[in-house]
Design a protein around this ligand. Sequence first.
Ligand SMILES: *Cc1c(COP(=O)(O)O)cnc(C)c1O
Length: 371
Amino acid sequence: MPVPMLDLKAQYRTVKDEVLARMMGVIERQQFIMGPEIAELEQAIADLSHARHAIACASGTDAILLPVRALNLEPGDEVIAPAFTFFATAGAIHNGGGKPVFVDIEPGTFNVDPDAIAAAITPRTRGIVVVDLYGQMVALERILPLATKHNIAVIEDGAQAIGARRQVAGTWRMAGELPNVGTFSFFPSKNLGGWGDGGMMTTQDDALAQRLKRLRLHGGAKQYHHEEVGFNSRLDTLQAAILLAKLPHLAGWSAGRRTRAARYTEAFNGLGAVRTPVTDPANEHIFHQYTIRAERRDDLSAFLKSRNIGCMIYYPTALHLQPCFAELGYRMGSLPVTERAMKEVISLPIYPELTDAQQDEVISAVREFYG
Ligand SMILES: *Cc1c(COP(=O)(O)O)cnc(C)c1O
């Protein structure tokens, strides 16, 4: 039985009627740009994330780009980020006018190492973009005091972590609640996926929320009046309608992913060649990805593909080694924990609609490979 890495059609079948009804509302009203669904979705995501403001935008990439632009960076200003993440994290820093400064990760969670951030701060540091990789939150409570001390802004790239939470001093804190700006992506493969591109920014800061709204709309709060040059980065009303229909399912989908993750971890127990993912005990993980470290990783990947079992390497080349950042001067050996991860990781199918039979197929193929 083939097992795809992700099966969007399986989810479509379960939500089709609700989503199409919501979309028809927009189509009947013909208000495709900034219709009422935008504000409704913004309020719903603000509530979910315990944020005063949520501001919709065109993509998860723009959700990072706009707050970086809001830092008003000068040439040579530095923004710290982990090297082990999706390209957009650093692309947005670059396009926002910053110089990315890449730091290493922790070997267990794959999230950025707060001590590495502390060591990378210089007088030119203006921002830190942290990433909640694979769906578990970064230890923000270790990073925010550093940022406050040095007057540096923190952007939390929560593209993979919408609805994830972390216990900080006995209180549950949501992804997007604690940083200066939190960001989400509605790319179709994300845990809350639209039927196209989309993104969201969250903040507790009233003035910053106004600035982000301006940047989203060509820099003008009033129509045809432009205080600065911004972007055309609106979310489509149709996407907001789709996401509003899907949002009530998110918690159940995330729980389903956790169940699947626990089932994999149980099944791989005792398999020495596989190291299962580490969840920080303070975190409730939403398993955007289930990512193991595997011996002979590339052979395992080829074997699974030969059995029609989907798998992916997130990420095969870390950002400090990308050709476009060559002039920053990093080389192999600069970030050893990251470089080891990119050689060892492999992500297995984990969507909520994955059946037990499909998952058993993945498990037995992995077991068979290691004999
Ligand atoms: C998906 C993703 C993004 C970018 O989101 P888009 O909506 O595709 O622009 C940024 N950062 C991370 C970590 C992501 O996984």
